[in-house]
Design a protein around this ligand. Structure first.
Ligand SMILES: CC(C)(CO)[C@@H](O)C(=O)[O-]
Length: 498
């Protein structure tokens, strides 16, 4: 498996991002404005020391294991790392094992140890909603007697109620609510959460569903991972680092610190109102009479700084820090690539290279990209950024998609792997996000809508096939994480034998 963002395909504009050292300068500049006493990073830490160095990693898929392993590889003085499992069985397997995470690179296995492990059981979405009513944003909310009892009785063996200051969230976008519900009561307004999901709209969904009150909401960071990893069959604590990539990181300015934007998308497109002509998609343009936006000030908390600096110290991650507008544009570029490669490989049931050198597929790609490009170029949040029109031109996006499909031609896309395993896909956070934002901006994205529906339909079909034990995919050797379909088939057959 190759990383999708190799140096040879690196995009020159994307590389405008600020390197760690520059970021340090940038952030100290911001702090000069924010606080006269914080003149340099050392002073920042003297004024606002980090009391807890522990980093929690939630989501023990390949990305989670890779991140946790990399953090423990930092020399000198690696941070204390807690890995969080969702299933009691996984925690028992870990406790029965040598309690090591292994990373295989070019056939060499390196192990890391010294992890703490905890259980945090997934809660249903209805529990999450209940939690919202009681959450005060404090890691130890003062619950009423009855609530306290419920919370106390819910703490099982292996679970913890200690506050979490730095959390790296590595679950799939589709698992985000349940994952956060399992630790929500341990997060507080000064905690920082790093989101490492594919697609867009995850943070907005979390704000709506999990942390609706900005006053008690934790701080956020976002990361874009381009490393390629896969698992090893019957070895839950080993990950193969199959393609070297990077992790692009940035902080998201918190609503508590944000200036109100001088623009707003007002036009709402409703699919039912067919008769009404679709207005030109310029609702996103700022009001010409409105004042220029105030410069954004990034408020760095000690936990932000600590988590960012720690990740930058892990060489294998290839982490780089970017300003929020640069990171947003990189996320949108990745989104455009995912909107094409992921669903098309699902529909073709083939590796990434299958979309290349095929004129009919190219036509489909262009139709999809025309919608995606228009939505992105109409986004109000990009209106004051120079060169957005050129950067997200459909032709340029096509060049990117083709380049990445070519470089990863032997990979099975994450969405195809999910569909083959009968798992829920991230399509709602990929093509679904384009459709949703398009609706808000008056851009009708019928092709992306249709493709998202087809992916969901195909997934449903596979789930039914798996339930009936029909074999349909043969994995290649060593593709441990991709053979779930095979396992399920085997389990079903075994059950029948019994
Ligand atoms: C770019 C990509 C499609 C390459 O496999 C990857 O982001 C994925 O699999 O989701």
């Amino acid at each position: 498996m190759k990383s999708w963002w190799g140096p040879e395909g690196g995009d020159p504009q994307a590389k405008q991002g600020i390197h760690a050292a520059q970021d340090e300068n940038q952030s100290s500049n911001d702090e000069k404005e924010n606080s006269k006493s914080s003149r340099n990073p050392a002073e920042f830490y003297r004024v606002k020391p980090v009391l807890d160095r522990r980093i929690h990693v939630l989501g023990m898929g390949n990305v989670g294991k890779f991140i946790a392993h990399s953090l423990r590889s930092i020399v000198p003085n690696p941070p204390p790392v807690t890995i969080i499992f969702h299933e009691p069985q996984m925690l028992s397997d870990w406790e029965a094992s040598r309690q090591r995470l292994n990373l295989v690179t070019d056939g060499d296995t390196e192990f890391r140890e010294g992890f703490e492990a905890e259980l945090a059981r997934l809660r249903s979405r209805s529990n999450l909603k209940e939690g919202q009513q009681t959450n005060t944003g404090n890691a130890f909310p003062e619950a009423s007697g009855e609530q306290a009892q419920v919370q106390e009785s819910e703490v099982q063996e292996g679970e913890s109620s200690e506050p979490i200051n730095s959390l790296i969230l590595c679950t799939k976008a589709t698992q985000i609510y349940q994952a956060l519900s399992s630790v929500k009561h341990r997060l507080h307004p000064e905690s920082v959460i790093l989101f490492l999901q594919n697609g867009m709209g995850v943070v907005e969904a979390v704000n709506k569903e999990v942390f609706p009150d900005p006053a008690t909401r934790p701080h956020y960071m976002v990361g874009i991972n381009s490393h390629g990893m896969h698992g090893v069959l019957n070895d839950p604590f080993t990950t193969v680092h199959a393609g070297f990539g990077t992790i692009s990181l940035g902080i998201l300015p918190h609503e508590r610190d944000r200036e109100p934007a001088p623009y707003a998308s007002q036009l709402k497109f409703k699919a039912q109102r067919e008769a009404a002509p679709v207005k030109p998609a310029h609702a996103a343009n700022p009001d010409p009479m409105a004042a220029e936006p105030a410069p954004v000030t990034f408020h760095w908390t000690p936990n932000h700084r600590y988590l960012l600096r720690t990740l930058l110290r892990a060489p294998v991650l290839g982490a780089t820090a970017y300003s929020p507008p640069d990171l947003l544009q990189m996320q949108l570029e990745k989104l455009a690539v995912n909107c094409i490669i992921n669903p098309l490989t699902v529909m073709l049931d083939a590796r990434n290279g299958s979309i290349l050198y095929n004129y009919n597929i190219t036509r489909v790609m262009r139709l999809l990209l025309s919608e995606i490009s228009l939505v992105i170029r109409s986004l109000p949040e990009l209106q004051y950024i120079p060169n957005v029109q050129q950067r997200f031109d459909p032709g340029r996006l096509e060049t990117m998609v083709v380049g990445i499909a070519n470089r990863t031609q032997d990979n099975i896309s994450s969405m195809l792997a999910d569909v083959r395993a009968g798992k829920q896909t991230e399509v709602d956070f990929i093509n679904g996000w384009v459709v949703k934002r398009g609706e808000e901006l008056g851009v009708r994205c019928l092709m992306n809508y249709m493709l998202a529906c087809l992916v969901k339909g195909k997934r449903m079909m596979v789930e039914l096939e798996l339930e009936e034990g029909i074999p349909f995919v043969q994995p290649r050797a060593n593709e441990g994480s991709l053979v779930v379909g095979e396992d399920v088939k085997r389990v079903n057959l075994d059950e029948r034998k019994e």
